[in-house]
Design a protein around this ligand. Structure first.
Ligand code: PEP
Length: 263
C-alpha cells in the first residue's frame, strides 16, 4: 500500500500562549463530549497546551481514557542543565507527551530559531520516543518573490539534517505559510497541495520513496471548519495544524469531524 490511504490524518490544536490549566481542563472536557469514538476512528487528534497545562490535561486524558493525544509546543534540545526557563524533551516524555512542535514560525521569527536549532530539537524529541511536528513556511516577501518552494524545501533539508530514513518516515512536517498564520488568510487548497507535494518530493530525493510515502504532512494557517475539507482533498495533505480555531471547542470539533462533511 502506498499513498495517502496509508497515512492516518492528524489534526493538531496549537493553543499557543493561551488558556491556564483550569481553562484547559474545561476545553478538553467540552471536546470530549463533542468528539465521538467514531470520529477518532478516522482521525488522530493532538492537543498542544502551554507547558503549565500539560500535567492537568495528561491527568484528565488518562483518568477519562480520552483518545486525544498530548502534545507540546516546544522543547530544549539538551536533556538538562543551566538553561533557565527551558523545558527538556525527557520531561515531556515523562508527562505522556507524544507530539512536540519544533520550529514553529513564531519561534523561528521571535526567538531566533534557525534550522540548526530546530534540527537539534528534532533529534532530542526522537531520542525520547516522541514525534516531532516540524514547521516550515515562507514569508509574504518570499512568496511574492517566487521563492516559496526553494525556501520550504531548504527548511525541510536543514531541519531534518542528520536524520535516518526510518526516523523521517515517522515524523510530521507542517507546511505553515507565515503570512497565513493568525491572519485569517489561507493558502488555497491547490497551493497547500503543491507545497506539500514538493516537500514529499524533497524527502524522496534526500532519503527514499518509501520514507516519503510514510511521512505525514500537515497544512497550517487559518484553518477553520469551513475550509478544512477542501484543504484535506490534496493528495499530499495528511492533516492540519490549527492555531486560533483550536481555542473554540465547537469549531475545533467541527474541524476534527471534517470527514463527515467532505465532498
Ligand atoms: C499555528 O499556530 O500553527 C496556526 C496555524 O495558527 P492559525 O490557525 O491561527 O493561523
Amino acid at each position: 500500500m502506498s499513498g495517502k490511504s496509508q497515512r492516518r490524518p492528524l489534526v493538531s490544536g496549537n493553543w499557543k500562549m493561551n488558556l491556564n490549566h483550569y481553562e484547559a481542563i474545561q476545553i478538553v472536557q467540552k471536546l470530549s463530549y463533542l468528539v465521538s469514538k467514531d470520529d477518532f476512528e478516522q482521525v488522530d487528534v493532538s492537543l498542544h497546551p502551554p507547558f503549565t497545562d500539560l500535567r492537568s490535561v495528561q491527568t484528565l486524558i488518562e483518568a477519562d481514557e480520552l483518545r486525544f493525544v498530548l502534545g507540546a509546543q516546544n522543547c530544549h534540545h539538551e536533556n538538562s542543565g543551566a538553561f533557565t526557563g527551558e523545558v527538556a524533551a525527557p520531561f515531556l516524555a515523562k508527562l505522556g507527551v507524544r507530539y512536540v512542535i519544533c520550529g514553529h514560525s513564531e519561534r523561528r521569527q521571535m526567538f531566533g530559531e534557525t534550522d540548526d536549532v530546530v534540527a537539534a530539537k528534532v533529534g532530542a524529541v526522537l531520542v525520547h520516543g516522541m514525534t516531532p511536528i516540524v514547521c516550515v513556511g515562507e514569508t509574504q516577501d518570499e512568496r511574492e518573490a517566487g521563492q516559496t518552494l526553494e525556501r520550504v524545501t531548504g527548511q525541510v533539508r536543514g531541519s531534518l539534517a542528520g536524520r535516518t530514513a526510518d526516523q523521517v518516515a515517522g515524523i510530521v512536517v507542517a507546511y505553515e505559510p507565515i503570512w497565513a498564520i493568525g491572519t485569517g488568510l489561507t493558502a488555497t487548497a491547490d497551493d497547500a497541495q503543491t507545497v506539500c507535494q514538493a516537500i514529499r518530493r524533497t524527502i524522496a530525493e534526500t532519503w527514499n520513496d518509501d520514507t516519503a510515502q510514510s511521512t505525514r504532512l500537515q497544512y497550517g494557517g487559518s484553518v477553520k471548519a469551513g475550509n478544512i475539507a477542501e484543504i484535506m482533498d490534496g493528495s499530499d495533505v495528511d492533516g492540519v495544524l490549527v492555531g486560533g480555531a483550536s481555542l473554540d471547542p465547537d469549531e475545533f470539533a467541527r474541524i476534527v469531524q471534517y470527514p463527515q462533511h467532505s465532498r
